[in-house]
Design a protein around this ligand. Sequence first.
Ligand code: GTP
Ligand code: MG
Length: 200
Amino acid sequence: MKIKSAQFVISNQDVEKCPKNEIPEYAFIGRSNVGKSSLINMLTDKKSLAKTSGRPGKTQLINHFIINDSWYLVDLPGYGYARVSKSSKKTFQKFITAYFEKRKQLVSAFVLVDIRHKPQPIDLNFMAWLGEHMIPFSIIFTKADKLKPKAIENHIEDYKDILLESWEDMPNYFVTSSSKSIGKDDLLNYIESINTDFKD
Ligand code: GTP
Ligand code: MG
């Protein structure tokens, strides 16, 4: 799929105020600093569409971007950022949870994990929570430019081993790098295939 247009639509903390159109929507979620906003910029070829930062905790709202006038990419705040105050952590948790529980337009979540790290409980727990709520998701491994191919393979194997303890199949997954534009076509083609099914 070619991206012809990508525009910011709205930011908010309230799922009820998200856009009302009945078009497919994909949300990026994962630890703070994992590269959610950077991936949106990479996919859309727009360097500063979503705000990024070297410091975790940059994205603080639910951000809707409309792509090709026909589907949404949603950038969410990250979880697991220790330096956010307890009260703002609670607020984040509340509206992110409400977003996933209530957003009917969400056809799939993408859980981003840093390819350099071993599987972390916080990510595995979040995937389990999505499963309990019957929310489809895929995994996106980020920052693949930081590892050699063999190490990438090993880290994916670690994930497979641990996920297959609790899941029947390994979820769909993608290996990406926003700085090297790795994984772009695979991800966009996958989204396109779901969008096509959505139309039928
Ligand atoms: P929050 O909004 O704080 O939750 O973070 P985020 O997940 O949106 O991360 P963001 O896209 O802001 O990126 C965090 C940092 O990681 C930035 O310094 C990016 O430049 C860097 N980064 C993101 N993707 C990649 C990548 O693929 N490769 C490398 N090397 N760095 C990356
Ligand atoms: Mg962000």
